[in-house]
Ligand binder design. Structure first.
Ligand SMILES: [Zn+2]
Length: 226
């Protein structure tokens, strides 16, 4: 069989443009932006200093990666709605807030289980190529939830976007809260707070008070600043 004849006589619906428009509607840029010096979301403070600074202040242009966020959100929503009810004592999407030593963390923990005194954090990923858990970024993020809830134990739950296969770290069990790791997170937040207090918010790229560090996110950075 040959392919059907094509025509440009009828203008098709622009689904590519409509998808981008839908993503921009759903992903509210303001919702994770914290213009003060002291407030951080756990996912932000898990980044390097430069990216944490840019992310909390809303200085990154994320137009081209909204779909990546949205597939992650869809998977989290599915887990909360259909996996969560199987564990009635656990709290999914638990709001957390912690003030410590002049900085503040706010966000939502994916799953807090008071019986185990544990936080479980879900991470969606594109399959298992180069799967080498745990990353410091994921450990830092979950440590903020653990500090905020007083959870002694944690586990990172990886979910494949392709087929929802689950793998965990640790593979068989939970890890124990590391106060030294949390102290380092606090110091990073304080350094960013101090930079904003001292220099204000950057209004051009040259004024960003932290250099690119060479991490994956710094290497792929896209700014709203000139
Ligand atoms: Zn970096």
């Amino acid at each position: 069989m040959t392919n059907p004849e094509t025509t440009t006589d009828v203008e098709p619906i622009d689904f590519e443009g409509a998808m981008q428009s839908a993503l921009e509607t759903v992903n509210d840029h303001e919702s994770h932006t914290e213009p003060d010096a002291v407030t951080f979301h756990p996912s932000q403070i898990a980044l390097c200093e430069r990216q944490a600074y840019l992310s909390k202040l809303g200085l990154k242009d994320q137009t081209d990666i909204l779909g990546v966020f949205q597939t992650g959100t869809l998977i989290h929503e599915f887990i909360e709605e259909y996996v969560g009810p199987q564990f009635p004592t656990a709290e999914f999407e638990k709001p957390v807030e912690l003030e410590r030593d002049g900085v503040r963390f706010i966000g939502h923990a994916d799953c807090f289980d008071p019986e185990r005194n544990a936080i479980m954090d879900f991470k969606s990923r594109n399959g298992w190529y180069r799967f080498d858990p745990p990353s410091d970024r994921h450990l830092d993020q979950i440590h903020v939830y653990m500090a905020a809830t007083g959870a002694e134990f944690g586990q990172i739950v990886y979910v494949s976007k392709g087929d929802l296969e689950v793998r965990t770290w640790p593979e068989d069990g939970l890890f124990v809260f590391d106060p030294d790791r949390f102290d380092a997170i606090l110091e990073r937040a304080q350094a960013i707070r101090d930079a904003i207090d001292t220099h204000g918010v950057a209004d051009c790229e040259a004024d960003i008070p932290f250099d690119t560090c060479g991490c994956y996110i710094c290497r792929n950075e896209s700014l709203t600043l000139e």
